[in-house]
Design a protein around this ligand. Sequence first.
Ligand SMILES: Cc1cc2nc3c(=O)[nH]c(=O)nc-3n(C[C@H](O)[C@H](O)[C@H](O)COP(=O)(O)O)c2cc1C
Length: 214
Amino acid sequence: MLDSTDFFDILDTTRAMRRLKPDPVPDELIVRILRAGLHAPNSGNTQTWKFLVIKDIEIKKKVQVFYKRALDEIVGPRYANATTPPGATQDGYHRQHTAVEYLTDHYHEAPVWIVPCIDHGDGAPNRSSGASIYPAVQNMLLAARALGLGSTLTTRYLLHEKEAEAALGLPKGVHSYAILPIGYPMGNFGPVGRGELADFVYQDSWGQKFDAIT
Ligand SMILES: Cc1cc2nc3c(=O)[nH]c(=O)nc-3n(C[C@H](O)[C@H](O)[C@H](O)COP(=O)(O)O)c2cc1C
C-alpha cells in the first residue's frame, strides 16, 4: 500500500476503491473527512450544502436496491458495448467492471456513507450548484485517501433519483449530488489510469498542442 503523505502521491493514487471492508471507521476520521469537505470552495461562500452521514444499514439497503436496478437495467448493458477508455487496458477495464459489480452488490455494507446535498427549495440542481459541491466531494475523496480509507464517487443511484432520495429521507427541495461509500479498502492504493496529458490539452487555439507537454 502506498502510504506516502506527499500531496501529489495522494492525488495520483486517489482512485475508485470499490472493495471495502465492513469494519467500522472511527468517527474522528469521518469528521476529519467532513471538515475537508467544508473547506472546499463554494459559490459566494454561501455554504448552502449539508452533508448527510448514513450509518443505518436499513437506509443503505433501501438505496442499494435502486443502485443495483440502475446497473442491471441501464448502465450494465452500456458497459457491455463500451470501448476501453484512454490509459486503460482491456483487461483493466474488465477488472473495473467486475469491481463495479462488487460495489453494487455490497454498497450497503460500506460502514459509512457521506451524501452531499443542497436545499434547492423550488429550484432544481444545475451546473452552477454542482460546481458548488463537487469541490467538497473531491476534497473528501482526497482526505479519505490520505487517511488510508477507500471511497468512490457514485451517482448511479440518481437514475432512480426520486425513489433513492425518498429512501435517504431527504426533505422536499433537498437534493443529493453523490453518495460516497467509505471504508477500509480490501486492496491496495495505486496509480490512476489515464490517457496522455498531451491528448487533452490545447494552447491558444482549439486543437493546437500545448508545447510545454512533451
Ligand atoms: C460524476 C461521477 C459519477 C460516478 N458514478 C459512479 C458510480 O455510480 N459507481 C461507480 O462505481 N463509480 C462511479 N464513478 C467513478 C468512476 O467510474 C471513476 O472515477 C472512473 O472510472 C475512473 O476510475 P478511477 O477513479 O479508479 O481512476 C463516478 C465518477 C464520477 C466523476
